[in-house]
Write a protein that binds this ligand. Sequence first.
Ligand SMILES: Cc1cc2nc3c(=O)[nH]c(=O)nc-3n(C[C@H](O)[C@H](O)[C@H](O)COP(=O)(O)O)c2cc1C
Length: 335
Amino acid sequence: MHIGPWHFANPVFVAPMAGVTDRPYRRLCKALGASYAVCEMAASNPQLWHSVKTAQRTDHTGEPDPVAVQIAGADPAMMAEAALFNIRKGARIIDINMGCPVKKVCHNAAGSALMRQPELVARILDEVVRVCLPQQVPVTLKIRTGWDRNRRNALEIARLAESIGVAAVTVHGRTRCDFYQGQAEYDTIRTLKQNLAIPVIANGDIDSPAKARQVLDYTGADALMVGRAAQGRPWIFAQINHFLATGKHLPLPTYGQLHAHLLGHLQDHYSFYGEHSGVRSARKHIAWYLRDLPGSTALLSRIMPIESSALQSRALDAWFSRQDPHTHIPSPTLH
Ligand SMILES: Cc1cc2nc3c(=O)[nH]c(=O)nc-3n(C[C@H](O)[C@H](O)[C@H](O)COP(=O)(O)O)c2cc1C
């Protein structure tokens, strides 16, 4: 699997998730087997480039290459400028978001709303590819299958992208109007793979090693992107890789291993965000890590109000010290 000049050790990627796939989490996913991670969406509006959020999102220190940054917007010139801005900040791959159904994005006629306007898509892709090409930075595109089930035009958009020089396409197997409802479908992804020469990355509802195998086999896709199933479960990448390579399942982590992953993640998270915002933004990750563990509901209600990083991790240490570190955690209940 490759994107332009970048080759990946395995076909298992972490999907961009705003507010989740920050640098600490991307680093952890990469350390645990995701061969590629895209930095959550960066605003194409230059007025937002000097915000604290943008400064944090464009700080890629210590992140293994290729650093990839996703941009979103509907103005071709602004998108090209955003691509250049991110290349200056270290991006080696630029991903364009046409898959996000969020109102904030779609109201500006960006994200998945763009799939209704192929001419505008062509102009955006043209401008972005034109500025990235001389920098040897490949441009990728992330789309849904279409606007709604009567307008599944992913193939039209993907062909357009390929003809303009886009290096790979990721498809989430739902339409914009599906939001996250129902099941992802993989027929559209399979059709894209059969009709394109550039790599196709399959996404949507891949939540286990067996599902990963099934989606790869059915679609023929070059790689997979895993989003929600990796929240609080970054070891899923190692599990999928192992299963794809051997057909055998790796055991789930032990309580001892989970404790180590969680604490390592939290230390990186606190130092990235600082004390005040770090403690607060860590809560969702903690809740995801603990959600399937017996007895964790009471622990979570004790942890949520804590406002100091030292106390937050101490409460976790105390809880884990009462668990057998050699026992494997139970299988996840998918939400
Ligand atoms: C909290 C959250 C934030 C997301 N943010 C983005 C985003 O910024 N850009 C994007 O292209 N997709 C975004 N997505 C969509 C995911 O990348 C992915 O396409 C979708 O969740 C389906 O994959 P999954 O079933 O493996 O979760 C987001 C999804 C979630 C759950």
